[in-house]
Design a protein around this ligand. Sequence first.
Ligand SMILES: Nc1ncnc2c1ncn2[C@@H]1O[C@H](COP(=O)(O)OP(=O)(O)OP(=O)(O)O)[C@@H](O)[C@H]1O
Ligand SMILES: [Mg+2]
Length: 528
Amino acid sequence: MAERRPRQDRNEFRRAEARIRESEARYRTLVESAPLPILVNSGEKIVYINPEAIRVLGGESADQFIGHDTFEIVHPDYRESAQQRVRRIYSKEADAVWREARFIRRDGREIEVEVAGQIIDYDGRPSAQIIFRDVTEQKEAARARRRFEEQVRNAQKLESLGLLAGGIAHDFNNLLMGMLGNADLAQLDLPSTHPAQTCLGDIKTAARRAADLCKQLLAYAGMGRFRSEAVNLSALVREMTELLRVTVARAQLELALAPDLPSVDADPSQMQQIIMNLLTNAADAVGGSGTITVATGVQSCDRAYLHSPYLNEDLPEGRYVYLEVSDNGCGMDGTTQHRLFDPFFTTKFVGRGLGLAAVLGIVRAHNGTIKVSSEPGRGSSFRVLLPASEHPVASQEGEGAIGESWRGSGTVLVVDDEAAVRDVATRLLSRLGFQVLAAQSGSEALALLEKASEEVRLVLLDLSMPRMNGEQAFSQLHAMAPDLPVILTSGYNETEMARRFTGQGLAGFLQKPYALQDLARKVRDVLG
Ligand SMILES: Nc1ncnc2c1ncn2[C@@H]1O[C@H](COP(=O)(O)OP(=O)(O)OP(=O)(O)O)[C@@H](O)[C@H]1O
Ligand SMILES: [Mg+2]
């Protein structure tokens, strides 16, 4: 018995050795042909790497990896956690859960991977077997899908808001016309010392605020653009300086306006809207004291620079004019920066969250882009970029205040389907000294004009009417009396239509709701 034992042991040992060799060979064949990248780490060094891992890591042979520090292939951001994880594998704590990491290929390119590890016996030593898979493409596809979904959501938001704004604007502005016009007229009828003057003034202010709200919504929906002309942004800011100083209150306002700035093709009132919205925000951000700078300039931009996370337009490279409003106020954290252009997003107690939404809508409608940089506690800067135009700046018509004394004469034909608007317009025009003929449709207007073509000096025509719309009415009026000036009025933008009118003898455009002053100025400009 005592004799046979060692031989039995030896035999068993040999059998065991053979089994190990066999299973090692099986392991190798399995791992060599596995479609998954696998490597084995021992003492922080790579001791084995399979062909798939060599391929994914961009190598040609195992020699390029064996004996190298395992963590060299891990992106620096993930190195520490990878080391911890391998340590846990050795202490048998780690499960086989797949975790995300980044590896670096031999050509320096980063790949996104999912990694799992477990402890194995390799060449008689406990080693960490690391299996990973390259998920760069899937991740990229998922990100692209999220971006796309976000774009769709934005587009839907825009579309529904556009419908809403368009719908509201038309009716709402007609109602506001009634309020504003009536309050205006009542103020004129009452002695200036009458106690009701203040109430009427407040009504006018409230109506104007409501009109502003409508304007912001329309701008966001890209529907607020009425005109397109060559605008010099430096000149525009300079003209607004007084208004800007009042807006920034106690903060310091600095202007850095480039001379000889190329013009941009824009709606000047929308440019003012951008400047005011950005400046109001800057003033809120600096509170009582601080500095706000408004700068303009021109720069050459490539497509990458023009890309903005807030807009998905692909803009052509070229010369762009910029308008930048920067402040050294409270700045914004990441969450705010992510959402600041969302309509109704606000962090302010009394904010409506429409200022920047409107800015974005206007910028988009002008084929421009916007760049934002901000740091909490240090300040923010908003740079609006618009394509530079080759057109020379049109001479600015005198938009100065018009004395209440200005009076006209002759007959004006007012065409509007809304009785309240016809009524107010009639009374405002009479106040300015005109005789008024009112028509509630295009056909009625044509009939009136036929009878009284001699007297009528001017037509005030609503753009959106049922049956014969403003465009049809305009072309028929124009055919009947080619020299008769026509001013179009509308509560919301019908840019395309309005654009088609230009060059066809359209004398002007008046946005509803308008007050006596606006009407007087426009009529004076047209009649000279
Ligand atoms: N210059 C700035 N500095 C710091 N935060 C800003 C600045 N401009 C905008 N923000 C942030 O972006 C949010 C959205 O601005 P936005 O102008 O759209 O709305 P609002 O100013 O809150 O309200 P509204 O302009 O409609 O009165 C603000 O509430 C504020 O948190
Ligand atoms: Mg604002």
